[in-house]
Design a binder for this molecule. Structure first.
Ligand SMILES: [Zn+2]
Length: 127
């Protein structure tokens, strides 16, 4: 695990794997939020005390979440329709046809047109 991992400015698309993980996380949050909202409304009904403001707030959070999911889908489509970027050992993404790493300047040898990306380390397995 490299300790001094520089994060270069994000000029290139994140990897499809990272996007898919983010998408899964967002979907999970969306499902949880929807369930919470349902529970909230039911509780309001039970107590016959509707709090419009709260419901509106939760709904607009969900709408915002949906908007981000749509965005993410678009980026994911764009990211998967092109060759995945290779990564330098410093962690920087290497643009296609580059000979030098944009992060650390390492000479990467002959420029390749993409090629097989290194498999991304998967995070701890989800349930
Ligand atoms: Zn590098």
């Amino acid at each position: 695990m490299p300790l001094r991992r520089q994060r270069p400015p994000r000029t290139y698309l994140p990897s499809p794997g990272a996007l898919r993980r983010e998408r899964r996380a967002l979907l999970q949050i969306r499902n949880d939020s929807l369930r919470d909202l349902g529970g909230l409304i039911l509780e309001m009904f039970r107590q016959n005390r509707f709090n419009d403001e709260l419901v509106r707030e939760r709904c607009s959070e969900l709408v915002e979440l949906d908007r981000r999911l749509v965005e993410l889908d678009e980026v994911l489509r764009a990211a998967t329709h092109r060759a995945p970027l290779r990564r330098c050992e410093c962690g920087s993404e290497i643009p296609p046809f580059s000979r030098f790493c944009p992060g650390c300047g390492k000479d990467l040898g002959v420029a390749e047109d993409g090629g097989e990306p290194e498999p991304e380390p998967e995070p701890a397995p989800e349930t």
